[in-house]
Design a protein around this ligand. Structure first.
Ligand SMILES: Cc1ncc(COP(=O)(O)O)c(C=O)c1O
Length: 481
């Protein structure tokens, strides 16, 4: 593949792009329970118009583009008010939940280093249900992730375990509101009290839940406490590209006070170019996502969001009730919002995900981990709501079909084969053989994922990580000829 000698004309460019996405997931149909948050064409059009209007402005330097400074302060102001931040709170707009989390961890790490000169490696105490982004932050920032268990029925963090895990090097305690996998809210008030007692910062990951939970509370639902009104909470992340239905590349990281936020900012004058001062990991960044987020927040407005959340709440209720009527399925925890995880003691949930895919639905398989069973996840969002009855009907039929399938022993065989094996002793070729066993030979995406998920389920997290790294290392195979 080379830059084409003869360029494409505009029609050819767009015809080719459309052709390339012919096999993509059809998220507009409301049959995808994850990845895309879709509030319909009208809001999408407003978002795209604002995005394109600010596409080329560069938020690298807000003094050159004061419009972006103003937009950011207004978006962050709305977010701070939503999570009931006190006077003096501060925050910034970021590209997503992962970036918000990386920045919150960096702030905590650098504050810890300043306050504890000569201390050992900073640590972060997090429930096993905390998002993988915290592990990524730990990895990137040289912070040790100390995981603690959750209750295996409620999937909420074990506060006694958190207490036991906090030590002299703890730079940050983490809780989720809500956790992605099971949609449950950790005991934020208790964790906040613990953080205050121990004198450690406490980050609440509201990336997926923060926006919805605030509205659910206003709708009269009994929502667990999670925001800045809880003493001890020092920072909160909240994504706008999820339940605020803004285009991707929109999240906010917020701090109870500026003295902690200061540690997030990176300044560099030790080179020959302009002095760089960044609030985010990104330097050069399009003004598009920020302008689009501002536009959507203003266009939908508070009463618009309240109504959207009311519809999603009703959809989630119908979904939960319908799933409860399928005896082969078991809901995990008692999710207070729109995120649902479902296991089965009678059938393979991974085969069920494939069966649903054949029926045009995307449901997300989740591997067993830390005492929790294999399950599938649903992030219900607005365009799913009218589809709930149809989804439940297909789910019931798919369950009946999968229940009748013979049980696969692939996972057990692979588990026995690799029990006790240290992944660092295995070669890339051996991992290729494992992938081939799951029917994923060579380059390309598997059509059915049950076998690979059965294999992954039988492996340790370290083996899973290695196998998937090998897979992705193969997958992105650009042809340079
Ligand atoms: C609870 C939670 N935290 C963090 C993230 C990471 O967000 P992003 O994918 O925008 O980086 C997610 C994403 O689903 C999430 O659900």
């Amino acid at each position: 593949m080379k830059i084409p000698e003869k360029n494409l004309n505009e029609a050819e460019v767009f015809e080719t792009l459309e052709r390339y996405r012919a096999n993509d997931n059809d998220w507009r149909a409301g049959r995808t329970w994850g990845y895309v948050f879709d509030a319909g064409r009208e809001i999408e059009a407003v978002a795209k118009k604002a995005y394109m209007a600010f596409l080329s402005e560069n938020a690298l330097d807000p003094t050159i583009f004061p419009s972006l400074l103003r937009l950011e302060n207004e978006v962050v102001g709305m977010a701070l008010a939503h999570v009931r931040a006190p006077e003096g709170a501060a925050g910034n707009f970021t590209s997503g939940g992962t970036e918000s989390i990386i920045l919150a961890v960096k702030a905590a790490r650098d504050a810890f280093r300043e306050q504890h000169p000569g201390a050992g490696q900073p640590e972060m105490v997090l429930p096993v249900t905390a998002h993988a982004a915290f592990h990524k932050a730990a990895h990137y920032l040289g912070v040790k992730a100390v995981t603690i268990p959750v209750d295996t029925t409620t999937f909420r963090a074990d506060v006694d375990a958190a207490r036991a895990a906090i030590g002299p090097n703890t730079a940050l305690l983490v809780g989720s509101a809500a956790s992605y996998a099971h949609g449950t809210v950790d005991p934020i008030r208790e964790l906040g009290a613990l953080a205050l007692e121990k004198g450690v910062p406490f980050h609440v990951d509201g990336c997926i839940g923060g926006f919805v939970l605030g509205y659910l509370r206003r709708l009269g639902e009994s929502v667990p406490e999670f925001d800045f009104t809880v003493p001890g909470v020092t920072s909160i992340s909240m994504d706008l590209h999820k339940y605020a239905f803004c285009p991707k590349g929109a999240s906010v990281v917020m701090f109870r006070d500026r003295s902690l936020r200061r540690h997030m900012i990176f300044a560099c004058s030790s080179w020959t170019g302009y002095t760089m001062v960044n609030t985010t990991v990104q330097s050069t960044k399009s003004g598009g996502p920020l302008a689009a987020a501002w536009a959507v927040l203003n266009y939908v407005g508070d009463s618009g969001y309240l109504e959207m959340v009311r519809q999603m709440r009703d959809g989630a209720r119908a979904l939960v009730e319908g799933i409860r009527e399928i005896p082969e399925l078991r809901l995990l925890g008692d999710p207070p919002m729109t995120l649902i995880a479902c296991a089965s003691d009678q059938l393979c949930v991974f085969a069920l995900a494939d069966e649903m895919k054949d029926r045009g639905w995307y449901i997300q398989p989740q591997l067993p981990h830390a005492g929790g069973p294999a399950n599938f996840h649903l992030s219900l969002q607005l365009s799913n709501v009218p589809r709930v009855p149809e989804f439940l009907r297909d789910l019931g039929e798919a369950v009946a079909k999968v229940k009748a399938l013979p049980k696969s022993d692939l996972g057990e065989n692979v588990g026995a084969m690799f029990a006790g094996v240290d992944p660092s002793t295995l070669t890339s070729e051996m991992f290729s053989q494992m992938l081939a066993m799951a029917g994923i030979g060579g380059v390309g995406l598997p059509k059915r994922s049950a076998d690979i998920n059965l294999i992954l389920s039988a492996l340790t997290p370290q083996m899973r990580e290695r196998l998937l790294t090998e897979f992705v290392n193969e997958l992105f195979s650009a042809d340079r000829s």
